[in-house]
Write a protein of this length. Structure first.
Length: 386
């Protein structure tokens, strides 16, 4: 049941105005997620005559168990978002939220985690050697000028996503996304002190309100003809876009397709899937079930490639902009030197990998896929230091 808004008896118009003002402060995508969570609780509680606005902890506990017990269970990560939606609905309607840290609900969550252990959320990591394996199926490879415009765009964005360890939402758009569009002025081609790419992320995921920069040095300066060099691919992409009359600078979208439309997640993932099919490559878990490319595949690929290249974990956290050690320190550690050395190690590791037609990923390896590497670390590193 829905109780009357606490302010409604005093001033109904004021209650509606305040709710509208608070609701409008949330991005459309976030609002939809919140609505999904609250509507789930409402669908469960209403037929049983249980309270849902305001609700109580017994109803919440029963609802949580119901969600994970369905034939298609809701994952714990999604339940956290659902709970955020229920909390939001209470607050925006003037009701307090009395369940933060509630010991009884914590016991309920503990029982759920014990009885319904989380299944791994696997994704294909777009490693350096895999990107090259797929790129070889692009007509015109490895000469960017001979590729179709959209193929060149895909390779450029994929390379930047891999080497800069980008989340999908940081460089490609999705319908309903609350993140700002990556525009041309946020992707800077620098010439000094070294040639490379500077990316400005205006709305980072882990530190809202903070804009920070990623300086990606000329990844393979010692290998000038390296075909996945992000700065070289970006420079050529902008030249081709200019000749076509496609604006990708200033406040315009940084990545546009041949028809002028903005590059999306779906474009990146569909192209990757198509190329993997052309290459005869498949990705399966230990039960032989297919694993898809996801928006975070490029970020996962950076982590895996860096670990294969024996990059220290602290440096991976720095280049990946994780706050996993309890504060903003990893963000401030990000530097051109860190990216330059990580990139060199990533390329060296990729050069030493024995390719496969079937890549299998273990139960806890969403970003640690079980790839088989040959004994070629030293040889790969020597290529970069000649």
């Amino acid at each position: 049941m829905i109780a009357e808004h606490p302010l409604a008896t005093a001033d109904p118009a004021l209650a509606r105005a305040l709710s509208a003002r608070v609701t409008s402060s949330v991005a459309a995508g976030t609002a939809r997620t919140y609505s999904s969570g609250f509507n789930s609780l409402k669908r469960f509680a209403a037929p049983l005559g249980l309270p849902f606005l305001p609700t109580d902890k017994v109803t919440l506990g029963a609802w949580l168990h119901h969600e994970v017990s369905k034939s298609k269970p809701t994952k714990m990560a999604s339940l956290k978002k659902y709970m955020s939606g229920v909390r939001w609905e209470h607050l925006v309607n003037g009701f307090g939220w009395a369940f933060a840290g509630d010991e009884w609900l914590e016991l309920v969550k503990h029982s759920i985690r014990k009885d319904f252990p989380a299944t791994p959320f696997l994704k294909v990591p777009m490693t350096e050697h895999l990107l090259r394996q797929l790129a070889e199926c692009l007509p015109g490879w490895p000469v960017a000028a001979r590729m179709a415009f959209d193929d060149h765009l895909w390779l450029c964005a994929a390379s930047i996503g891999l080497f800069a360890c980008l989340r999908g939402g940081e460089f490609a758009q999705r319908g309903g996304s609350s993140r700002p569009l990556l525009v041309g002025e946020d992707v800077i081609l620098q010439e000094r002190p070294t040639r490379g790419v500077v990316l400005r992320i205006r709305k980072p995921k882990t530190q809202p309100g903070l804009a920070y920069q990623i300086t990606l040095a000329n990844d393979c300066e010692v290998l000038p003809d390296y075909p996945l060099n992000p700065s070289a691919l970006l420079r050529r992409y902008r030249q081709r876009a200019k000749r076509r009359g496609i604006e990708v600078l200033g406040q315009s979208a940084a990545f546009r397709r041949a028809d002028g439309t903005t590059m999306t997640w779906q474009f990146l993932l569909d192209k990757a899937a198509k190329l993997s099919k052309a290459a005869g490559v498949s990705f399966v878990d230990l039960d032989e079930k297919q694993i898809p490319f996801r928006a975070a595949s490029f970020r996962a690929g950076h982590v895996l490639s860096a670990r294969m290249g024996r990059v220290p974990e602290a440096q991976i956290r720095a280049t990946g902009r994780w706050a996993s050690d309890g504060g903003p320190a990893p963000y401030s550690m990000t530097s051109e030197e860190a990216f330059a050395s990580s990139s060199a190690a990533i390329v060296a590791a990729g050069a030493s990998v024995q390719r496969s037609k079937v890549y299998r990923m273990g139960a806890f390896s969403s970003s640690l896929a079980v790839f088989q590497a040959t004994e070629g670390w030293d040889r790969g590193r020597a290529m970069l230091t000649r």
